[in-house]
Each structure stands twice: as C-alpha cells, then as structure tokens.
Design a protein around this ligand. Structure first.
Ligand SMILES: Cc1ncc(COP(=O)(O)O)c(C=O)c1O
Length: 402
C-alpha cells in the first residue's frame, strides 16, 4: 500500500491547485468518524462540507444505491424512470407550498444557475440582489451572486454584472434601493454558512418577503447548506414562516452522489423552455435512489435531535472556552456552528486536526462546524475535549502557533 506522504505528493502533482487541502489521508469513514491510512481516528465536524448529513457509509443509503446500481444506473433524464418519478414525488411533499417543480442538476452551483436563469426568464428583468458575505457557488453565474472578492476578483469582467450587494440582515438596505421595480430576484441564505454562520433572526426573511411581494421580485432562498434539517427544521427559512418562490437544495440530498436542485413554482420553473437548462447526469437514477433514502431518514425525531445536540455542543463549547483569551464568540443554530476567534484560524485548525478533529473554516478567523446529524453525545464530548486541547496548545505555545 502507498504511504500517506506518497498519496499527498501524487495528488499535489496532478490535481489543479484549487482546493485547500487538509493534512489528512482518509482510508475509511463511518458515522461521524474518519480513519486515516495509519489507523488514526478523527471526529468529523465537516460532513465533507455538509454532505454526510446522515453519517459516512450510511448503510441504508448504500443499500439503496447498490440496488439501483444493479437495475439501471446510467440513464439520461430524457428517458423516464420510476426511481426518478418517486424521488420527485417524495421531494414535492416537503418543499414549500407550490414549489413542486424541480430542476435536477449535479451540484449546488448548478441549482443556483438554474434559479438565476428562471428568474431572468420569468420576470423579464435584468437586475439581482445578493448579500454581502453571501456564498452561492463558483461557476460564472453563481459567482456573480457570491460576494467575496477573493473568489471574484480575477473574473469581474466575465461575470453577470447586474447584481447589487446589500448588507445581510438589514431589510431596509433593500427597501431604500431606487430601482426595486427592475429587480428580478433577491438571493439569500437563511443562515450564512461560508460567511461565518450568521443567523439574522426570524423577522428578516419576513421583511424580505414583504418587500419582494410588493415589487414583483422573486425571493430565492439558498438552502444548499442550511436545508435538509441542518438547523433543526427541514428548511431554515421555516424559522421565519414565509413561502419563498424558489429554494435551492444540494450537498446531502444525493446521499453522497452529486445532486443539486432548484425547486420553484410551476410557472417560474417552466418559464425555462426545452433545452434552456440541462446536464447530462442531472436526475440520474443513482442520485435519485439515494435521495429517496435520505428523505426517508430525515424525520421529525432526527430533526429534534439536531436541535438538542446542537444546543448541547454549543453549551459545552461555551462553558469550556469561556475563559479563553483567543475565543471571541461561540454561535450557531442546530448543527451549523462557529467558534469566532480573535486570531487567525489556521494554527488552531491545524492543532485540531493534529488532535483528531476535522472542522471547516470561514473568512480568516472563524472555525466552522457542520457535524453529521448522527454524531453521538460521547463523540461530541470527544470532539469538544480535542478542541479545548487545541485552543490551549495555541495559547500555551505548545502546539502550532502560527
Ligand atoms: C449556500 C451555498 N450555496 C451554494 C453552494 C455551492 O454548492 P456546490 O459547492 O455544490 O456547487 C454552497 C456550497 O458550499 C453553499 O454553501
């Protein structure tokens, strides 16, 4: 077997350098644990960027994929299929009222592209509103809705230039715009993920819904990171009791098989005409079979566990790190959590990995955590102990400090 160093060197040699790499070479994973090639275990607080919501190697999802694999695994959406039909039917029972027409693609960014096109066609308007520090993907259409200069600066001349950015969480910033009747859509994350786990409160989306309704603007809620139970409700917009026009779904929906979905009303989605949006593998039966099983497992009991465990984790972290001189704030909702630091995250994150925890990050000073929902209380305890050790090491100068 090839050793860890050689595996890393091979990837570094041949893979385009667009992914931030962590110093872990995974060999196996199950539930909330990843084992590296040397047999070391890591508590995974990343879910592979929010995908493994029901845990790694979820047996029922694997069975569903294998069953489909043995019947028909390759099938373009131009050919009808029972698994796809069942998936669409099942999905329609949990998406917002009337948003039961779906575009099936392979990633979050494609779901955003489809929504953007539908908004342009349905409204006949050219301008979009998106949020400062918001994230919607990196293909050129979705990139134009993504705020970070780090991601957009090299492509400013090539992205859709009709996007106005406003402060997140401040509905008045939109109310005061002079051209509201020219705006096609407002794109918003109910909780900003990449932006650092920012929950603007329940009133914000209500206010956005009021303004958008008044001006014939579509409200497009990006649930790619916050949806499918991540915040303790099936969709994070439900904390605000509103009805969006389109929601976008991604990450865990295909149980690890790539899938991204734009869900809108029939009139909005069908303003896209034949061939105006498609993808070779969109709606493939493997992703649909896995998707059915994902939806089967996302029941009320699991969602209330997300809330309970999320609160438990936040309270343990808050208690243990209250005296830390490098921790600014612990925050989160459900299984979307952040440790905001007074220092750059990199050395602390490196300590965490060395001590057997895999988190994510945001910006320059935020440790972001999106654990699998199936994480147990004892795994949370273990992860918190390892996080405390990592923070202490940084503070004492005994671990990675810069
Ligand atoms: C809110 C949000 N929108 C869109 C995307 C893009 O999804 P993908 O990486 O699958 O293209 C992401 C990915 O992190 C996301 O968090």
């Amino acid at each position: 077997m090839i050793n860890a160093q050689d595996i890393m060197a091979m990837e570094m040699k041949h893979e385009a350098r667009t992914y931030q790499k962590f110093p872990v070479v995974a060999a196996e994973a199950s539930g909330s644990t990843i084992w590296d090639v040397n047999g070391r275990d890591y508590v995974d607080l990343s879910s592979g960027y929010g995908v493994a919501i029901l845990g790694y190697n979820n047996q029922k999802i694997m069975n569903a994929i294998m069953k489909q694999f043995n019947t028909v695994s390759i099938l373009h959406s131009s050919i009808y299929n029972e698994t796809r039909a069942n998936f669409l039917e099942k999905l329609s029972s949990i998406t917002p009222r009337n948003t039961t027409t779906f575009y099936l693609g392979n990633s979050g960014t494609e779901a955003i592209e489809a929504s953007l096109k539908a908004a342009i066609k349905y409204t006949g308007r050219k301008h979009m509103i998106s949020m400062r520090n918001g994230y919607h993907g990196k293909t050129l259409g979705s990139l134009s809705l993504t705020h970070s200069d780090k991601y957009t600066r090299s492509f400013k001349d090539f992205i859709y230039n009709g996007v106005q950015f406003v402060d997140y969480g401040d509905a008045n910033a939109i109310r005061e715009l002079p051209n509201l009747d020219e705006i096609a859509a407002v794109f918003v994350e109910p909780v900003q993920g990449e932006g650092g786990i920012i929950f603007p409160g329940n009133e914000y989306l209500k206010e956005l819904r009021e303004i958008t309704e008044e001006h014939g603007i579509l409200l497009i809620v990006d649930e790619i990171q916050s949806g499918l139970g991540r915040t303790g409700k099936m969709w994070a917009y439900q904390w605000s009791r509103i009805e969006p026009d389109i929601i976008t779904i991604g990450k865990g929906i295909g149980g690890g098989i790539p899938m991204g979905i734009a869900a809108g009303t029939e009139e909005i989605m069908n303003s896209l005409k034949l061939g105006e949006m498609s993808s070779t593998l969109g709606g493939n039966p493997l992703a649909c079979a896995a998707g059915i099983e994902v939806l089967n497992q996302l029941n009320e009991e699991l969602l209330s566990e997300v809330t309970r465990k999320g609160k438990y984790m936040i309270s343990r972290l808050s208690q243990s790190l209250s005296e830390s001189r490098i921790v600014r704030e612990i925050r989160g909702i459900g299984m979307m959590q952040a440790i905001s630091l007074k220092v750059k995250f990199i050395p602390v994150l490196m300590n965490m990995i060395r001590n057997g925890v895999i988190p994510l990050y945001s910006g320059i000073s935020i440790i972001r955590m999106l654990p699998p929902y199936v994480i147990s209380d004892s795994e949370i305890d273990l992860a918190v102990d390892r996080i405390i050790l990592s923070v202490n090491e940084f503070e004492n100068g005994t671990g990675v400090t810069q």
